[in-house]
Every structure is written in structure tokens, then in C-alpha cells.
Write a protein that binds this ligand. Structure first.
Ligand code: MG
Length: 158
């Protein structure tokens, strides 16, 4: 049995007229995340963590943002494709953990919904899907409310 870990990182700019979707859950917010797809930075960071742990490269190789197929794409669907790729290589997902770095809105009750949504897509128990929140403390692009960053890690066994 071998155990492997992968990290993921993503950030997106906050913009008016966009939805704020994290882990497939839409949060109530005046500003949303800008990007080619739905700009779900949590799903994107998790995809990179999964691909990284499996040695399968990164999200840009598998789902390029130059590809019109991924315009406004539901990133939870891409996460589902990523976990399929990982399973095809003989890996089992053990757990994922993520930190959302965001000034506002507060994650609040959405955190439980996000965990449930991710657990469903990833085929994990709730206890194996952890989502944390942090802020930029007024510093940098997150602190100024210009964007959202997400860090993620995934552990696989084969
Ligand atoms: Mg992204």
C-alpha cells in the first residue's frame, strides 16, 4: 500500500455581476468570482490536489480555460471527472482538506453544505472532507477584498 499527497492552490478575482460559487455551493454576496468557468476556486484547488497526488499534472492540462467547452463550466462536474481519472489509475481517495482565504462573506452555514456537496461528488464520508476558512487580515489582494484564494490537499492510497 502506498500513500500519496497532492496540494492545490487557486485564486480568482472578485467582480460585480458574477456568482460566488465555492465547492458547488452559491454564497450570498454582492461580488462573485470572475473566470472562464464558474470560477469555483475551491473545486479548482481540489482538482489540482487530486491530480497532483496521482501524478496526473494539473487542471490546465485536463480542462484548459482556452477551451470553449469549459466556458461557465460547472466546476463540480470537473471535480467529478478528476476523481474518475484518479480512480482509473487505481487510487482510492482517503481525505481532502481545504482552506478558503476570503474577507467576506463569512462562510457560516455554507460550510456544512459545501462539505456535503463535496463528500457526495468525491465519494467520501463527511468526516473525510474538511473545509476551513481564514481571512487576509486586511493585507494583500484577499485582505483588500479583491479576490479569494483557496489551498487544498488530497491524500490517496493505492
Ligand atoms: Mg481557477
Amino acid at each position: 500500500m502506498s500513500t500519496r499527497s497532492g496540494i492545490g492552490y487557486d485564486s480568482h478575482r472578485l467582480a460585480a455581476g458574477r456568482r460566488l460559487v465555492l465547492g458547488g455551493v452559491e454564497l450570498e454576496s454582492e461580488l462573485g468570482l470572475d473566470g472562464h468557468s464558474d470560477a469555483d476556486a475551491l473545486s479548482h484547488a481540489l482538482i489540482d490536489a487530486l491530480l497532483g497526488a496521482a501524478g496526473l499534472g494539473d487542471i490546465g492540462e485536463h480542462f484548459p480555460d482556452s477551451d470553449e467547452r469549459y466556458r461557465d463550466a460547472d466546476s463540480l462536474g470537473l471535480l467529478e471527472r478528476a476523481i474518475e481519472l484518479v480512480r482509473e489509475r487505481g487510487f482510492t481517495l482517503v481525505n481532502v482538506d481545504a482552506t478558503i482565504v476570503m474577507e467576506r462573506p463569512k462562510l457560516g452555514p455554507a460550510r456544512a453544505l459545501i462539505r456535503e456537496r463535496l463528500a457526495g461528488v468525491l465519494g467520501l464520508a463527511l468526516a473525510d472532507v474538511n473545509v476551513k476558512a481564514s481571512t487576509g487580515e486586511g493585507i494583500g489582494f484577499v485582505g483588500r477584498g479583491e479576490g479569494v484564494a483557496v489551498l487544498a490537499i488530497a491524500t490517496l492510497e493505492r
